[in-house]
Design a protein around this ligand. Structure first.
Ligand SMILES: NC(=O)c1ccc[n+]([C@@H]2O[C@H](COP(=O)([O-])OP(=O)(O)OC[C@H]3O[C@@H](n4cnc5c(N)ncnc54)[C@H](OP(=O)(O)O)[C@@H]3O)[C@@H](O)[C@H]2O)c1
Length: 332
């Protein structure tokens, strides 16, 4: 494993990070609800393969991802850099309506009192007294950025958080946070070979402020793990039934792209996840690969993406194959 500083912070994080949206289960990841034993085994695999950076959020499984991690982290909290999120909550205390799901109404609220409550709720569910990093889950234009920045900086002073970042945002948002006196260490945005444009627009701003760019969806929720994945069916509520790659017009293109990617994969004797992760790492120098994993075997597999060296011709051929089906925005 390799490690880098997270943005301008002192935190040393593994290039491959554990994403735990799926761990939370519920109707969006409807094929499996993880158990405490599975969460513990997952973190043991992370420890074994050097993955020290964990990402979660209050809304993943409406508290369940954080609760499972809290259990699994007992006795080894200091081995990991723990990141959760703020702004989306289901307390019904105001903010903007974001979505209704599984009997909960989730609002987006970036006012200082909401951010402070979010952090307290996460500390309780995660059974810890500090969070290494907190990401504003959905940057929101309704409330003054300077107030949100002040709240985040205060939490840092109090030792409750060590760093913070933004998600579902635009490059201008990063500049606004910095200009309001903020210190944004991470930007977490969707990025994959099938949807690279938003990230590429963002890289110059991240570079300017020294922020780490953290991918989400680098494997397109599983659709880039193998050609067979797109033949699976998912419940209507499942996130994977709602993204473009399940549509017949995209499926044909994705199958064709896999035919071009397959010989590259075979030449390196690697897995498809490793291939797309290695491609992503080459797109920006301070890249953090956040990958959703529920199985120890996937941790072992993804950790090896760092050993894979793709030639410039292979990188170009991979993207050329993706071009006919690349999308600007992934509305998940
Ligand atoms: N900020 C945001 O709004 C936002 C949005 C989406 C996601 N995220 C974060 O980003 C993380 C990653 O995104 P994601 O989980 O949606 O999608 P993803 O990382 O693109 O894909 C995850 C899927 O790939 C599978 N997978 C991973 N490694 C594999 C391997 N080596 N072999 C075979 N299959 C493999 C996983 O299977 P298993 O589940 O079976 O292990 C899971 O189904 C999330 O978990 C979450 O932490 C943030």
């Amino acid at each position: 494993m390799q490690y880098r500083k997270l943005g301008n912070s002192d935190l040393s994080v593994s290039l491959v990070a554990l994403g735990t949206w799926g761990l939370g289960g519920g109707s969006v990841w409807s094929d499996h609800d993880s158990t405490e034993a599975e969460a513990k085994n997952l973190l043991s695999a992370c420890k074994e393969y050097g993955v020290n950076y964990i990402d979660t959020a209050p809304v993943y499984g409406t508290g369940e991802s954080e609760r499972l991690l809290g259990e699994a982290l007992k006795g080894r909290r200091h081995d990991f850099v723990l990141q959760t999120k703020c702004s989306l909550n289901w307390r019904n205390e105001g903010g903007n309506f974001h979505y209704s799901r599984d009997g909960y109404t989730v609002n987006n609220d970036t006012r200082p009192e909401a951010i402070a409550r979010d952090v307290e709720d996460s500390l309780r569910r995660l059974e810890t007294d500090y969070l290494d990093s907190v990401i504003v889950h959905y940057v929101c234009k309704s409330f003054p950025v300077c107030d949100t920045v002040e709240a985040l900086e205060r939490l840092k002073e109090q030792g409750k958080i060590r760093a913070y970042g933004l998600s579902n945002s635009q490059p201008k948002d990063l500049a606004d946070y910095q200009n309001a006196g903020g210190h944004v260490d991470t930007v977490q945005e969707f990025f994959s070979i099938l949807s690279p444009f938003h990230g590429r627009d963002y890289f110059p701003e991240c570079k300017k402020y020294g922020a780490t760019f953290q991918t989400y969806g680098v494997l397109e929720e599983g659709f880039l793990t193998s050609p067979a994945f797109m033949e699976r069916t998912f419940r209507k509520t499942d996130i994977r039934s709602r993204i473009p790659w399940v549509q017949p017009e995209y499926k044909t293109g994705l199958r064709e792209a896999f035919e071009i990617w397959e010989p590259i994969r075979e030449a390196h004797g690697c897995s498809f996840p490793q291939l797309f992760e290695a491609w992503a790492l080459k797109q920006y120098p301070n890249m953090s690969l956040l990958v959703g994993m529920r199985k120890p075997a996937n941790v072992a597999d993804n950790a090896k993406c760092l050993d894979l060296v793709l030639t410039p011709d292979e990188l170009a051929a991979m993207e050329e194959a993706a071009k006919p089906i690349q999308v600007e925005v992934l509305d998940k």
